[in-house]
Write a protein that binds this ligand. Structure first.
Ligand code: COA
Length: 286
């Protein structure tokens, strides 16, 4: 997508395109971190552009599923040690905090509750801060030979931001401890075994596999999909009784607000028309 697309951009400066590019393809917004010479390390430019992109895609009908990936041989080498850390060491704390807040916003606060489905497509190096949006996204697919690492221990810091918490959200305690403490790298194949990503495929199949997954999601009722993923995020930390109460309320809300009236359409297609089997596919959305 060209830079001219964004009406929200300030006077002469496009809201994105310098550090991140967006391409639309049949309902998929491919959002590519585009600093390959810096291995797509997250600099302030990426932070501001990703926030603008997420604002825009929320309302853009060309985006039904958002895929985040990296240009070249890297998904993301984590936070940019020069531009994000060293360069901000001496700026007024209020400015630094604003930047850090904006980074947390796109990488996990907004990502985790994004109204549209999100997929991380891990095409190569994935370090440190990149784990935040990797875990923040709903689903993740990696190239088998992608290389992951919690490298913080190797350069004298702890995995902060929210990295430690994010890793513990999906990996086992033992695996998280091991890789946080040793800084050893692991492959995409191992990442799938650790459940850090949903699956790993050979590099040559990565884009097709991601596209297939996006298509599967796009066949579903988008409002119900949003409700389902929101329920997943929130139910996790509730007791069983609280979860039952919350899910009942969420379910009622879904039925009341679903513009497609999916529950009744699906039920009728199965019970009356006998035109599909919900165990095997999504109802026909017409
Ligand atoms: N921050 C700032 N610059 C980075 C960076 C980062 N996280 N990761 C890579 N770069 C820069 C390098 O400094 C280098 O710049 P230069 O061309 O001016 O020398 C350039 O990107 C290419 O990196 P290089 O190390 O030469 O590439 P590589 O392919 O040999 O190795 C990595 C790739 C990812 C293994 C290696 O760059 C690396 O270890 N990066 C740091 C990863 C990390 O610890 N991230 C955690 C941050 S929270």
């Amino acid at each position: 997508m060209s830079n001219a697309q964004d009406s929200s951009a300030s006077a002469n400066k496009p809201a994105w395109g310098e550090n991140v590019v967006v391409d639309f393809e049949d309902g998929i917004a491919w959002v590519t971190l585009n600093r390959p010479t810096r291995r797509n390390a997250i600099n302030p430019g990426i932070v501001w552009e990703m926030n603008a992109i997420m604002d825009a895609l929320e309302e853009d009908d060309r985006c039904k599923v958002m895929v985040v990936t990296g240009a070249g041989e890297s998904f993301s080498a984590g936070m940019d040690l020069k531009e994000y850390f060293r360069a901000t060491d001496k700026v007024p704390p209020i400015q630094r905090e604003r930047l850090f807040r904006a980074n947390a916003a796109w990488q996990w606060r907004r990502m985790m509750h994004y109204p549209k489905p999100t997929i991380s497509m891990v095409n190569g190096w994935c370090f440190g801060g990149a784990f935040q949006f990797l875990v923040g996204s709903d689903l993740a697919i990696a190239s088998e030979d992608a290389v992951f690492g919690l490298s913080e221990i190797n350069w004298g810091i702890i995995p902060a931001g929210i990295v430690t918490k994010a890793v513990l959200e999906v990996m086992s305690f033992r695996d998280a401890m091991y890789y946080i403490m040793t800084g050893e790298t692991f492959t995409g194949k191992q990442a799938a075994e650790f459940k850090l990503v949903n699956k790993a495929v050979p590099a040559a199949q990565l884009k097709d596999a991601t596209r297939e997954l996006a298509k599967t999601l796009m066949a579903k009722n988008p409002f119900v999909l949003r409700q389902a993923k929101t329920a997943c995020r929130f139910t996790r930390d509730l007791t069983w009784d609280q979860a039952a109460e919350y899910l009942m309320a969420k379910s009622d809300q879904t039925e009341l607000r679903d513009p497609e009236n999916g529950r009744n359409v699906g039920m009728s297609q199965f019970l009356d028309k006998k035109s599909f089997r919900p165990g095997l596919e999504a109802y026909d959305r017409g």
